[in-house]
Design a protein around this ligand. Structure first.
Ligand SMILES: NC(=O)c1ccc[n+]([C@@H]2O[C@H](COP(=O)([O-])OP(=O)(O)OC[C@H]3O[C@@H](n4cnc5c(N)ncnc54)[C@H](OP(=O)(O)O)[C@@H]3O)[C@@H](O)[C@H]2O)c1
Length: 310
């Protein structure tokens, strides 16, 4: 095992997603205040949750709080587990028609009686702040302006903040989900990276990862990516959120857990040039980007510049 890094080297390598997200939310708050003062425009976000999934309840509460803190209107629709697809579609139809709501987010997962694909397809693409509608997927793939999924958008912001121009860099994205891996790959391609998308059938994944100047892990397997899979100096973005037993065996025996990423952080930080920790890395960027998307949607709906002022 390598000697521990000097404290200043360690700190320099950490990409502080939590701090970046806080500053981004403050910037959005200032932009919202200016939109209200200059144009009477208050961005509005509707979040729909069906059922009682405890993790989803926490996400939805955090989204509501942070939306209000940014000065936006926040509506939360809590529907019972037994809600039918027709009832949910009727609610979405009403939200699509409400001119004071600029963003609609349906919290996933949905109960089994509801077809999530049909629900996402029913959201007005211009209000689809999650960026999951096929129209927005197509816009991203063809370079048209549209809604970009929040988590990969947050990853890209962290990468550009750390590296500046990404042109010509080798990027490896591990994971090909519609919500993280695929849109991440599209965003990196648009930044002129040479992009490889790896997945569960990829042969010799460690060797593929070792090619990466930028390595994005979005797998959902605790600490799968080891330190010796990482090219020295590479920038590592760890999207994974995995619960494992607490380090302290006594606490683990009580059922206590901790959250780790898809990257073995203690090994990777010895090799990488920069790395996002888990927690406090990518996670906080997701809601900040949701607010950024809502702001942009509101501005577009009013024919105003959607770009966030500095
Ligand atoms: N920070 C955030 O806000 C945020 C947001 C979303 C997700 N996440 C986290 O990010 C992780 C990924 O989420 P997701 O929704 O993209 O997951 P997902 O839909 O389950 O996709 C996982 C991807 O990883 C690939 N994979 C699985 N095992 C693999 C292996 N052994 N080797 C290589 N690739 C493998 C799968 O390949 P196949 O396609 O071949 O099956 C799949 O493409 C999860 O931990 C999730 O909790 C975090």
């Amino acid at each position: 095992m390598a000697a521990p890094l000097p404290a200043h080297d360690f700190a320099d390598r950490i990409i502080d997603g939590q701090g970046f997200a806080l500053r981004l939310r403050e910037r959005i708050g200032r932009a919202v205040a200016a939109s209200k003062a200059e144009h009477g425009l208050t961005p509005g976000l509707a979040v729909v949750i069906v059922g009682e999934d405890p993790a989803s309840q926490i996400y939805v509460r955090n989204k509501g709080e942070q939306t209000r803190e940014a000065g936006m209107r926040s509506d939360t629709h809590r529907l019972p587990q037994s809600t039918s697809q027709a009832e949910l579609l009727a609610l979405i139809g009403g939200l699509n028609r409400d001119p004071d709501l600029h963003g609609i987010l349906v919290q996933l997962p949905l109960p089994s009686q509801i077809d999530a694909g049909a629900v996402l397809a029913a959201i007005d693409p211009d209000k689809d702040v999650d960026g999951f509608h096929v129209v927005n997927v197509g816009r991203l793939a063809t370079g048209l302006p549209g809604m970009v999924p929040c988590t990969p958008l947050g990853c890209l912001m962290l990468l550009k903040d750390r590296l500046g121009d990404l042109s010509g860099l080798n990027a490896v994205v591990v994971g090909r989900s519609n919500i993280v891996g695929k849109p991440m790959a599209q965003l990196l391609l648009a930044e002129n990276c040479t992009v490889t998308v790896a997945h569960s059938r990829t042969r010799d994944l460690p060797a593929v990862c070792r090619q990466a100047d930028i390595l994005v892990a979005a797998v959902g397997r605790a600490e799968m990516i080891r330190g010796d899979w990482i090219k020295p100096g590479a920038t590592v973005i760890d999207v994974g959120i995995n619960r494992v037993p607490a380090r302290d065996p006594a606490k683990a025996a009580e059922g206590k857990t901790r959250v780790v990423g898809d990257v073995a952080f203690d090994e990777a930080v010895q090799v990488a040039g920069a790395i996002t920790p888990v927690p406090r890395g990518v996670g906080p960027m997701t809601i900040a980007c949701l607010l950024a998307n809502t702001y942009a949607a509101a501005r577009r709906s009013a024919g105003l510049d959607p770009a966030l002022p500095e």
